[in-house]
Ligand binder design. Sequence first.
Ligand SMILES: Nc1ncnc2c1ncn2[C@@H]1O[C@H](COP(=O)(O)OP(=O)(O)OP(=O)(O)O)[C@@H](O)[C@H]1O
Ligand SMILES: [Mg+2]
Length: 228
Amino acid sequence: MAELVGLENVSKAYGPTAQMLAVDGVTLTLHRQEVAALIGDSGSGKSTLLNMIGLLDRPTGGEVRLEGRATQDMTKVRRAQLRNSFVGFVFQYHYLLPEFSVLENVLMPARIGARPQDSARRRALELLALLNLESLADKNADQLSGGEKQRAAIGRALINEPPLVLADEPTGNLDSANSDDVYRLFRSINEQMGMTFLVVTHNRAVSAQMDRVLEIADGRLIRDDLAA
Ligand SMILES: Nc1ncnc2c1ncn2[C@@H]1O[C@H](COP(=O)(O)OP(=O)(O)OP(=O)(O)O)[C@@H](O)[C@H]1O
Ligand SMILES: [Mg+2]
């Protein structure tokens, strides 16, 4: 399978003398169209790793490659552009803008990326249909239920058709029916659009259903189902 993301010995040090390694020498490849789970105890480094892959944060050592391009020497502006086009984020909290409609929230990354408005709007409406939010397009985001908000946040993550979706405990605030919905949607989006997913979850029943399970402990990769 073709590489989408390549990590070479990636580390993140914190502390006044950089003595604390939140991520400690992780080397791994994420392939195109793969759905991978990232599991590990609280504080093991999952969010730190995700944020470095998604260019929200810079490693203190090693290299993050996106589609074969090294990212560490890119300017801040270039990294922001690449993040906008390459990565869709879904967080535990939806971060929708409450005073905007569902449709406007979904369209926000397309506006930021200065994409043609007609086609973005068309795609947003298609996504809302896929996410079963069609009838709520013009409602304000703060009028949705928790599950609906999280589905709208997924639409916003997908609007720029990024090859990579990073989800950090995306169902942490949802009940089990709404959680099941989210994972079903990830799978069907993966099948229909071919995006790669890396999903942080604490739920082993969920991770077991993914193509690949990565486990991290004390910043180190200790398990990789795909590794030979
Ligand atoms: N900005 C920061 N400054 C200092 N230490 C940090 C910072 N961010 C994270 N850490 C530390 O790095 C380690 C990894 O944190 P991280 O948030 O990646 O864990 P996690 O696996 O996502 O945990 P959780 O499951 O609780 O979300 C923790 O020990 C944390 O305290
Ligand atoms: Mg975390």
